[in-house]
Design a protein around this ligand. Sequence first.
Ligand code: ZN
Length: 481
Amino acid sequence: MSPSAAKPDLPRRALSLSRRLVHGTASLVAAGVMLAAPVASVHAQGDQSTNILDTEINEILHEECDPAFIAAGLNPKDVTILLVTHEFNAATVNNQVFILGTDLIEKTDNPNQLIGVMAHETGHAAGYHAARRGEMMKAGLAPFLLTLGLGILAAAAGAGSAAGALLGSSSYFGTLGALGYSREQEARADQAAITYLEKSGQSAKGLVDFFNEWRFEEVFSESRRYRFFTDHPISGDRIDLLRRRAEEQPHYNAVDDPDLVSKHEIMKAKLIGFTEPPQTAFFKYKDDDHSFIARYARAIAYYRETETDKALTAIDSLLADYPNNPYIWELKGQVLFEAARTKEAEAAHQHSVDLKPEAPLLHINLAQAMVAQNDPKKADAAIVELRHAVALDRDDLDGGNSFAYRLLAEAYDSKGDQGHARLATAEERYAVGDMVQARIFAMRAREFLPQNSPDYRRATDIVLTSSPTDDDLQRLGQRGG
Ligand SMILES: [Zn+2]
Protein backbone atom coordinates (compact mmCIF):
# COMPACT_ATOMS: atom_id res chain seq x y z
CA MET A 1 0.00 0.00 0.00
CA SER A 2 1.03 3.50 -0.55
CA PRO A 3 -0.48 5.31 2.35
CA SER A 4 -0.73 9.00 2.20
CA ALA A 5 -2.76 9.83 5.21
CA ALA A 6 0.48 10.96 6.84
CA LYS A 7 0.37 14.55 7.93
CA PRO A 8 2.84 16.89 6.23
CA ASP A 9 4.94 17.27 9.38
CA LEU A 10 5.67 13.58 9.67
CA PRO A 11 9.23 12.63 8.77
CA ARG A 12 10.32 10.18 6.14
CA ARG A 13 7.18 8.17 5.77
CA ALA A 14 5.39 11.18 4.36
CA LEU A 15 7.38 10.48 1.22
CA SER A 16 5.15 7.59 0.29
CA LEU A 17 4.28 6.83 -3.27
CA SER A 18 0.95 8.53 -3.52
CA ARG A 19 1.99 11.50 -1.42
CA ARG A 20 4.43 12.24 -4.20
CA LEU A 21 1.76 11.70 -6.78
CA VAL A 22 -0.50 14.17 -5.13
CA HIS A 23 2.26 16.74 -4.83
CA GLY A 24 3.01 16.26 -8.47
CA THR A 25 -0.47 17.35 -9.40
CA ALA A 26 -0.76 20.21 -6.96
CA SER A 27 -1.33 22.86 -9.59
CA LEU A 28 -4.24 20.99 -11.15
CA VAL A 29 -5.87 19.94 -7.94
CA ALA A 30 -5.75 23.49 -6.61
CA ALA A 31 -8.47 24.54 -9.04
CA GLY A 32 -10.85 22.15 -7.34
CA VAL A 33 -9.82 22.97 -3.80
CA MET A 34 -11.11 26.49 -4.03
CA LEU A 35 -14.39 25.41 -5.58
CA ALA A 36 -14.97 22.79 -2.95
CA ALA A 37 -14.94 25.29 -0.12
CA PRO A 38 -18.72 25.75 0.37
CA VAL A 39 -19.34 22.14 1.31
CA ALA A 40 -17.59 22.12 4.67
CA SER A 41 -18.96 19.54 7.04
CA VAL A 42 -18.16 18.53 10.59
CA HIS A 43 -17.44 15.03 9.34
CA ALA A 44 -15.26 16.08 6.47
CA GLN A 45 -11.53 16.09 6.93
CA GLY A 46 -10.92 17.11 3.38
CA ASP A 47 -7.54 18.69 3.94
CA GLN A 48 -6.10 15.36 5.04
CA SER A 49 -7.69 13.39 2.24
CA THR A 50 -5.55 12.00 -0.47
CA ASN A 51 -5.36 9.27 -3.03
CA ILE A 52 -4.02 5.88 -2.18
CA LEU A 53 -2.98 3.13 -4.50
CA ASP A 54 -2.90 -0.45 -3.42
CA THR A 55 -2.78 -3.58 -5.54
CA GLU A 56 -4.35 -5.87 -2.94
CA ILE A 57 -7.27 -3.56 -2.14
CA ASN A 58 -7.85 -2.84 -5.81
CA GLU A 59 -8.13 -6.57 -6.47
CA ILE A 60 -10.54 -7.11 -3.60
CA LEU A 61 -12.73 -4.20 -4.71
CA HIS A 62 -12.90 -5.56 -8.22
CA GLU A 63 -13.67 -9.06 -7.01
CA GLU A 64 -16.54 -7.60 -4.99
CA CYS A 65 -17.93 -5.17 -7.55
CA ASP A 66 -17.24 -6.71 -10.95
CA PRO A 67 -20.34 -8.96 -11.04
CA ALA A 68 -22.59 -5.91 -10.57
CA PHE A 69 -20.57 -3.94 -13.13
CA ILE A 70 -21.00 -6.77 -15.63
CA ALA A 71 -24.74 -6.93 -14.91
CA ALA A 72 -24.88 -3.21 -15.71
CA GLY A 73 -23.25 -3.90 -19.07
CA LEU A 74 -19.82 -2.51 -18.12
CA ASN A 75 -16.50 -4.12 -18.91
CA PRO A 76 -14.78 -4.38 -15.50
CA LYS A 77 -11.40 -3.94 -17.18
CA ASP A 78 -12.48 -0.44 -18.19
CA VAL A 79 -13.59 0.44 -14.68
CA THR A 80 -11.19 2.20 -12.34
CA ILE A 81 -11.96 2.48 -8.66
CA LEU A 82 -10.05 5.34 -7.05
CA LEU A 83 -9.54 5.40 -3.31
CA VAL A 84 -9.56 8.57 -1.25
CA THR A 85 -8.68 8.50 2.43
CA HIS A 86 -10.71 10.10 5.20
CA GLU A 87 -13.82 10.44 3.12
CA PHE A 88 -17.21 8.88 3.76
CA ASN A 89 -18.38 8.97 0.19
CA ALA A 90 -18.79 7.19 -3.10
CA ALA A 91 -19.24 8.90 -6.44
CA THR A 92 -18.95 8.34 -10.14
CA VAL A 93 -18.38 10.69 -13.01
CA ASN A 94 -19.13 8.29 -15.82
CA ASN A 95 -19.33 4.54 -15.78
CA GLN A 96 -15.56 4.17 -16.00
CA VAL A 97 -14.28 5.96 -12.93
CA PHE A 98 -15.66 5.38 -9.47
CA ILE A 99 -14.35 7.27 -6.47
CA LEU A 100 -14.63 5.59 -3.13
CA GLY A 101 -13.81 7.04 0.29
CA THR A 102 -11.97 4.70 2.64
CA ASP A 103 -14.17 5.73 5.59
CA LEU A 104 -17.19 4.38 3.76
CA ILE A 105 -15.45 1.04 3.17
CA GLU A 106 -14.47 0.87 6.84
CA LYS A 107 -18.10 1.44 7.87
CA THR A 108 -19.52 -1.41 5.78
CA ASP A 109 -20.29 -4.59 7.72
CA ASN A 110 -19.80 -6.98 4.82
CA PRO A 111 -19.09 -7.14 1.07
CA ASN A 112 -22.81 -7.09 0.22
CA GLN A 113 -23.23 -3.60 1.72
CA LEU A 114 -20.35 -2.15 -0.25
CA ILE A 115 -21.46 -3.95 -3.42
CA GLY A 116 -24.94 -2.48 -2.90
CA VAL A 117 -23.57 1.05 -2.59
CA MET A 118 -21.43 0.60 -5.70
CA ALA A 119 -24.39 -0.84 -7.62
CA HIS A 120 -26.36 2.26 -6.62
CA GLU A 121 -23.53 4.48 -7.93
CA THR A 122 -23.49 2.45 -11.13
CA GLY A 123 -27.20 3.23 -11.41
CA HIS A 124 -26.43 6.94 -11.24
CA ALA A 125 -23.75 6.52 -13.91
CA ALA A 126 -26.02 4.52 -16.21
CA GLY A 127 -28.70 7.20 -15.86
CA TYR A 128 -26.18 9.95 -16.66
CA HIS A 129 -27.17 11.66 -13.41
CA ALA A 130 -23.70 13.17 -13.01
CA ALA A 131 -23.63 14.59 -16.50
CA ARG A 132 -25.51 17.70 -15.50
CA ARG A 133 -23.18 19.94 -17.29
CA GLY A 134 -25.53 22.90 -17.40
CA GLU A 135 -25.98 22.85 -13.64
CA MET A 136 -22.25 22.56 -13.13
CA MET A 137 -21.66 25.56 -15.33
CA LYS A 138 -24.24 27.53 -13.40
CA ALA A 139 -22.50 26.59 -10.21
CA GLY A 140 -19.36 28.18 -11.57
CA LEU A 141 -17.55 24.91 -11.94
CA ALA A 142 -16.52 25.32 -15.54
CA PRO A 143 -12.81 25.79 -14.78
CA PHE A 144 -12.81 22.61 -12.75
CA LEU A 145 -14.50 20.65 -15.51
CA LEU A 146 -11.94 21.98 -17.89
CA THR A 147 -9.06 20.54 -15.91
CA LEU A 148 -11.08 17.39 -15.53
CA GLY A 149 -11.50 17.13 -19.27
CA LEU A 150 -7.81 17.65 -19.74
CA GLY A 151 -7.07 14.81 -17.38
CA ILE A 152 -9.44 12.43 -19.08
CA LEU A 153 -8.00 13.34 -22.45
CA ALA A 154 -4.49 12.68 -21.23
CA ALA A 155 -5.58 9.32 -19.91
CA ALA A 156 -7.39 8.46 -23.09
CA ALA A 157 -4.22 9.22 -25.01
CA GLY A 158 -2.60 6.41 -23.07
CA ALA A 159 -0.38 8.70 -21.09
CA GLY A 160 -1.88 7.90 -17.81
CA SER A 161 -2.96 9.24 -14.60
CA ALA A 162 -4.04 12.84 -14.69
CA ALA A 163 -7.67 11.94 -14.37
CA GLY A 164 -6.82 9.51 -11.61
CA ALA A 165 -5.02 12.06 -9.52
CA LEU A 166 -7.63 14.69 -10.15
CA LEU A 167 -10.80 12.72 -9.77
CA GLY A 168 -9.50 11.04 -6.68
CA SER A 169 -8.98 14.31 -4.91
CA SER A 170 -11.34 15.20 -2.12
CA SER A 171 -12.06 18.44 -3.93
CA TYR A 172 -13.81 16.49 -6.61
CA PHE A 173 -16.08 14.94 -4.01
CA GLY A 174 -16.77 18.46 -2.84
CA THR A 175 -17.65 19.51 -6.33
CA LEU A 176 -20.18 16.73 -6.71
CA GLY A 177 -21.47 17.35 -3.21
CA ALA A 178 -22.32 20.91 -4.13
CA LEU A 179 -24.87 19.49 -6.54
CA GLY A 180 -26.30 16.35 -4.99
CA TYR A 181 -28.83 14.03 -6.56
CA SER A 182 -32.56 14.60 -6.63
CA ARG A 183 -34.93 12.26 -4.85
CA GLU A 184 -36.18 11.07 -8.18
CA GLN A 185 -32.63 10.24 -9.31
CA GLU A 186 -32.09 8.42 -6.01
CA ALA A 187 -35.18 6.29 -6.62
CA ARG A 188 -33.99 5.44 -10.11
CA ALA A 189 -30.46 4.57 -8.93
CA ASP A 190 -31.96 2.34 -6.21
CA GLN A 191 -34.09 0.54 -8.78
CA ALA A 192 -31.12 0.10 -11.11
CA ALA A 193 -29.03 -1.26 -8.22
CA ILE A 194 -31.67 -3.86 -7.42
CA THR A 195 -31.73 -4.89 -11.08
CA TYR A 196 -27.91 -5.28 -11.30
CA LEU A 197 -27.73 -7.15 -8.02
CA GLU A 198 -30.53 -9.54 -8.90
CA LYS A 199 -29.09 -10.15 -12.36
CA SER A 200 -25.72 -11.05 -10.83
CA GLY A 201 -27.35 -13.37 -8.29
CA GLN A 202 -26.80 -11.08 -5.32
CA SER A 203 -29.06 -9.68 -2.63
CA ALA A 204 -29.95 -6.01 -2.31
CA LYS A 205 -30.21 -6.50 1.44
CA GLY A 206 -26.82 -4.91 2.05
CA LEU A 207 -27.85 -1.72 0.27
CA VAL A 208 -31.03 -1.49 2.34
CA ASP A 209 -29.17 -2.26 5.56
CA PHE A 210 -26.46 0.27 4.82
CA PHE A 211 -28.89 3.10 4.20
CA ASN A 212 -30.98 2.01 7.15
CA GLU A 213 -27.99 2.01 9.52
CA TRP A 214 -27.29 5.59 8.53
CA ARG A 215 -30.94 6.62 8.61
CA PHE A 216 -30.28 9.00 11.50
CA GLU A 217 -28.18 11.12 9.14
CA GLU A 218 -31.40 12.53 7.70
CA VAL A 219 -32.14 14.37 10.95
CA PHE A 220 -28.86 16.28 10.66
CA SER A 221 -28.76 19.54 8.80
CA GLU A 222 -27.00 19.25 5.46
CA SER A 223 -23.79 20.76 6.74
CA ARG A 224 -23.50 18.17 9.51
CA ARG A 225 -24.10 15.11 7.34
CA TYR A 226 -21.49 12.87 5.87
CA ARG A 227 -21.09 14.08 2.36
CA PHE A 228 -22.38 10.81 0.95
CA PHE A 229 -25.79 11.49 2.48
CA THR A 230 -25.81 15.09 1.30
CA ASP A 231 -25.32 13.81 -2.24
CA HIS A 232 -27.70 10.88 -1.77
CA PRO A 233 -30.59 12.10 0.38
CA ILE A 234 -32.17 9.29 2.42
CA SER A 235 -35.64 9.29 3.82
CA GLY A 236 -37.79 6.80 5.66
CA ASP A 237 -40.08 6.47 2.65
CA ARG A 238 -37.21 5.81 0.33
CA ILE A 239 -35.72 3.12 2.57
CA ASP A 240 -39.11 1.44 3.05
CA LEU A 241 -39.71 1.33 -0.69
CA LEU A 242 -36.20 0.04 -1.30
CA ARG A 243 -36.67 -2.69 1.30
CA ARG A 244 -39.98 -3.82 -0.16
CA ARG A 245 -38.50 -4.09 -3.64
CA ALA A 246 -35.37 -5.83 -2.39
CA GLU A 247 -37.41 -8.43 -0.50
CA GLU A 248 -39.39 -9.28 -3.63
CA GLN A 249 -36.25 -10.39 -5.46
CA PRO A 250 -35.50 -14.12 -5.80
CA HIS A 251 -31.92 -13.60 -4.56
CA TYR A 252 -32.83 -11.58 -1.47
CA ASN A 253 -31.53 -14.34 0.80
CA ALA A 254 -28.28 -14.86 -1.11
CA VAL A 255 -25.23 -14.42 1.13
CA ASP A 256 -21.65 -13.35 0.46
CA ASP A 257 -19.03 -15.96 -0.34
CA PRO A 258 -17.07 -16.66 2.91
CA ASP A 259 -13.77 -16.12 1.09
CA LEU A 260 -14.95 -12.67 0.01
CA VAL A 261 -16.12 -11.88 3.56
CA SER A 262 -12.61 -12.63 4.76
CA LYS A 263 -11.04 -10.49 2.02
CA HIS A 264 -13.38 -7.64 2.93
CA GLU A 265 -12.08 -7.81 6.49
CA ILE A 266 -8.47 -7.82 5.23
CA MET A 267 -9.23 -4.70 3.20
CA LYS A 268 -10.77 -2.97 6.21
CA ALA A 269 -7.86 -3.98 8.46
CA LYS A 270 -5.39 -2.64 5.95
CA LEU A 271 -7.24 0.64 5.56
CA ILE A 272 -7.56 1.07 9.31
CA GLY A 273 -3.88 0.23 9.74
CA PHE A 274 -2.71 2.64 7.07
CA THR A 275 -5.12 5.54 7.40
CA GLU A 276 -6.31 5.68 11.02
CA PRO A 277 -4.14 6.56 14.03
CA PRO A 278 -2.13 3.46 15.12
CA GLN A 279 -4.00 3.46 18.45
CA THR A 280 -7.23 2.77 16.58
CA ALA A 281 -5.71 -0.33 14.99
CA PHE A 282 -4.23 -1.53 18.30
CA PHE A 283 -7.61 -1.04 19.99
CA LYS A 284 -9.55 -2.89 17.31
CA TYR A 285 -6.99 -5.63 16.71
CA LYS A 286 -5.84 -6.55 20.20
CA ASP A 287 -2.59 -8.36 21.00
CA ASP A 288 -4.35 -11.57 22.00
CA ASP A 289 -6.01 -11.83 18.59
CA HIS A 290 -3.71 -14.13 16.60
CA SER A 291 -5.74 -14.17 13.40
CA PHE A 292 -4.00 -13.30 10.15
CA ILE A 293 -6.09 -10.13 9.83
CA ALA A 294 -5.24 -8.83 13.31
CA ARG A 295 -1.54 -9.60 12.91
CA TYR A 296 -1.53 -7.83 9.54
CA ALA A 297 -3.25 -4.74 10.96
CA ARG A 298 -0.84 -4.57 13.93
CA ALA A 299 2.21 -4.93 11.68
CA ILE A 300 0.99 -1.93 9.68
CA ALA A 301 0.25 0.05 12.84
CA TYR A 302 3.81 -0.57 14.15
CA TYR A 303 5.12 0.67 10.85
CA ARG A 304 2.97 3.80 11.11
CA GLU A 305 4.41 4.38 14.58
CA THR A 306 7.92 4.11 13.06
CA GLU A 307 8.51 1.08 15.28
CA THR A 308 10.58 -0.57 12.56
CA ASP A 309 11.83 -3.51 14.64
CA LYS A 310 8.39 -4.38 15.97
CA ALA A 311 6.91 -4.05 12.48
CA LEU A 312 9.58 -6.34 10.98
CA THR A 313 9.14 -8.93 13.74
CA ALA A 314 5.40 -8.98 13.09
CA ILE A 315 5.91 -9.18 9.33
CA ASP A 316 8.50 -11.96 9.54
CA SER A 317 6.16 -13.97 11.71
CA LEU A 318 3.42 -13.51 9.09
CA LEU A 319 5.83 -14.52 6.32
CA ALA A 320 6.76 -17.68 8.21
CA ASP A 321 3.07 -18.67 7.99
CA TYR A 322 2.24 -17.11 4.60
CA PRO A 323 5.48 -17.10 2.56
CA ASN A 324 3.63 -16.78 -0.76
CA ASN A 325 1.63 -13.68 0.06
CA PRO A 326 3.03 -10.94 -2.21
CA TYR A 327 1.48 -8.14 -0.15
CA ILE A 328 3.25 -9.12 3.07
CA TRP A 329 6.51 -8.99 1.12
CA GLU A 330 5.44 -5.64 -0.27
CA LEU A 331 4.80 -4.35 3.25
CA LYS A 332 8.21 -5.62 4.35
CA GLY A 333 9.81 -3.79 1.43
CA GLN A 334 7.97 -0.60 2.32
CA VAL A 335 9.02 -0.76 5.99
CA LEU A 336 12.66 -1.37 5.03
CA PHE A 337 12.64 1.32 2.36
CA GLU A 338 11.34 3.96 4.70
CA ALA A 339 13.93 2.89 7.26
CA ALA A 340 16.51 3.69 4.52
CA ARG A 341 17.52 -0.01 4.29
CA THR A 342 17.23 0.05 0.50
CA LYS A 343 19.17 -3.15 -0.34
CA GLU A 344 17.00 -5.22 1.97
CA ALA A 345 13.94 -3.39 0.64
CA GLU A 346 14.92 -4.38 -2.87
CA ALA A 347 15.13 -8.06 -1.88
CA ALA A 348 11.69 -7.94 -0.24
CA HIS A 349 10.08 -6.14 -3.18
CA GLN A 350 11.71 -8.62 -5.55
CA HIS A 351 9.85 -11.39 -3.72
CA SER A 352 6.54 -9.55 -4.16
CA VAL A 353 7.23 -9.06 -7.88
CA ASP A 354 8.17 -12.73 -8.32
CA LEU A 355 4.92 -13.76 -6.65
CA LYS A 356 2.76 -11.32 -8.62
CA PRO A 357 4.54 -10.19 -11.78
CA GLU A 358 1.43 -8.72 -13.41
CA ALA A 359 1.03 -5.92 -10.82
CA PRO A 360 2.63 -2.65 -11.99
CA LEU A 361 2.78 -1.04 -8.57
CA LEU A 362 4.92 -3.87 -7.23
CA HIS A 363 7.44 -3.29 -10.03
CA ILE A 364 7.44 0.42 -9.21
CA ASN A 365 8.17 -0.33 -5.53
CA LEU A 366 11.07 -2.53 -6.59
CA ALA A 367 12.44 0.11 -8.94
CA GLN A 368 12.17 2.76 -6.25
CA ALA A 369 14.34 0.64 -3.92
CA MET A 370 16.85 0.18 -6.76
CA VAL A 371 17.02 3.87 -7.74
CA ALA A 372 17.54 4.87 -4.11
CA GLN A 373 20.81 2.90 -4.00
CA ASN A 374 22.54 5.44 -6.28
CA ASP A 375 24.34 2.69 -8.18
CA PRO A 376 24.47 3.04 -12.00
CA LYS A 377 24.20 -0.74 -12.39
CA LYS A 378 21.02 -0.70 -10.34
CA ALA A 379 19.74 2.15 -12.50
CA ASP A 380 19.67 -0.17 -15.51
CA ALA A 381 17.70 -2.78 -13.61
CA ALA A 382 15.33 -0.10 -12.35
CA ILE A 383 14.73 1.15 -15.89
CA VAL A 384 13.73 -2.36 -16.96
CA GLU A 385 11.27 -2.60 -14.06
CA LEU A 386 9.80 0.85 -14.70
CA ARG A 387 9.39 0.37 -18.43
CA HIS A 388 7.67 -2.90 -17.67
CA ALA A 389 5.39 -1.24 -15.10
CA VAL A 390 4.44 1.55 -17.47
CA ALA A 391 3.71 -0.93 -20.24
CA LEU A 392 1.48 -2.97 -17.90
CA ASP A 393 -0.27 0.15 -16.72
CA ARG A 394 -0.85 1.83 -20.03
CA ASP A 395 -4.60 1.40 -20.28
CA ASP A 396 -5.11 1.81 -16.61
CA LEU A 397 -5.79 5.06 -14.97
CA ASP A 398 -4.81 4.20 -11.46
CA GLY A 399 -2.39 7.03 -10.92
CA GLY A 400 0.82 5.02 -10.79
CA ASN A 401 2.22 6.06 -14.16
CA SER A 402 3.32 9.56 -13.28
CA PHE A 403 5.38 8.28 -10.37
CA ALA A 404 6.92 5.54 -12.54
CA TYR A 405 7.99 8.20 -15.06
CA ARG A 406 9.47 10.36 -12.33
CA LEU A 407 11.59 7.45 -11.11
CA LEU A 408 12.50 6.68 -14.69
CA ALA A 409 13.80 10.22 -15.17
CA GLU A 410 15.86 9.84 -12.00
CA ALA A 411 17.32 6.53 -13.18
CA TYR A 412 18.27 7.91 -16.61
CA ASP A 413 19.74 11.03 -15.04
CA SER A 414 21.96 8.95 -12.79
CA LYS A 415 23.36 7.33 -15.93
CA GLY A 416 23.87 10.68 -17.63
CA ASP A 417 21.31 9.80 -20.34
CA GLN A 418 19.84 13.26 -20.85
CA GLY A 419 17.55 12.49 -23.77
CA HIS A 420 15.70 9.66 -22.08
CA ALA A 421 15.65 11.49 -18.75
CA ARG A 422 13.93 14.47 -20.37
CA LEU A 423 11.53 12.29 -22.31
CA ALA A 424 10.56 10.54 -19.05
CA THR A 425 9.93 13.94 -17.43
CA ALA A 426 7.85 14.95 -20.44
CA GLU A 427 5.81 11.74 -20.00
CA GLU A 428 5.41 12.43 -16.31
CA ARG A 429 4.18 15.99 -16.91
CA TYR A 430 1.91 14.73 -19.69
CA ALA A 431 0.48 12.07 -17.37
CA VAL A 432 -0.60 14.70 -14.83
CA GLY A 433 -2.02 16.98 -17.52
CA ASP A 434 0.70 19.65 -17.32
CA MET A 435 0.91 20.23 -21.06
CA VAL A 436 3.19 23.25 -20.92
CA GLN A 437 6.00 21.45 -19.13
CA ALA A 438 5.34 18.25 -21.09
CA ARG A 439 5.94 20.16 -24.31
CA ILE A 440 9.06 21.93 -23.01
CA PHE A 441 10.67 18.69 -21.83
CA ALA A 442 9.70 16.83 -24.99
CA MET A 443 11.33 19.57 -27.09
CA ARG A 444 14.53 19.24 -25.01
CA ALA A 445 14.44 15.45 -25.26
CA ARG A 446 14.43 15.73 -29.06
CA GLU A 447 17.73 17.57 -28.94
CA PHE A 448 19.44 14.55 -27.35
CA LEU A 449 17.61 11.53 -28.80
CA PRO A 450 18.71 9.90 -32.08
CA GLN A 451 16.51 11.24 -34.89
CA ASN A 452 13.72 8.94 -36.05
CA SER A 453 14.19 6.53 -33.15
CA PRO A 454 10.90 5.43 -31.55
CA ASP A 455 11.64 7.58 -28.50
CA TYR A 456 12.35 10.59 -30.70
CA ARG A 457 9.00 10.07 -32.39
CA ARG A 458 7.31 9.69 -29.02
CA ALA A 459 8.79 13.06 -27.96
CA THR A 460 7.46 14.57 -31.18
CA ASP A 461 4.01 13.11 -30.50
CA ILE A 462 3.98 14.67 -27.05
CA VAL A 463 4.82 18.07 -28.54
CA LEU A 464 2.12 17.71 -31.18
CA THR A 465 -0.59 16.70 -28.69
CA SER A 466 0.20 19.35 -26.08
CA SER A 467 -0.89 22.55 -27.86
CA PRO A 468 2.45 23.50 -29.46
CA THR A 469 3.16 27.14 -30.25
CA ASP A 470 3.87 28.24 -33.83
CA ASP A 471 7.48 28.55 -32.78
CA ASP A 472 7.54 24.92 -31.58
CA LEU A 473 6.00 23.72 -34.82
CA GLN A 474 8.59 25.63 -36.80
CA ARG A 475 11.38 24.00 -34.82
CA LEU A 476 9.77 20.57 -35.32
CA GLY A 477 9.72 21.24 -39.05
CA GLN A 478 13.38 22.27 -39.11
CA ARG A 479 14.57 19.15 -37.44
CA GLY A 480 12.08 16.73 -38.95
CA GLY A 481 9.67 14.36 -37.19
ZN1 ZN B 1 -27.61 8.11 -4.89
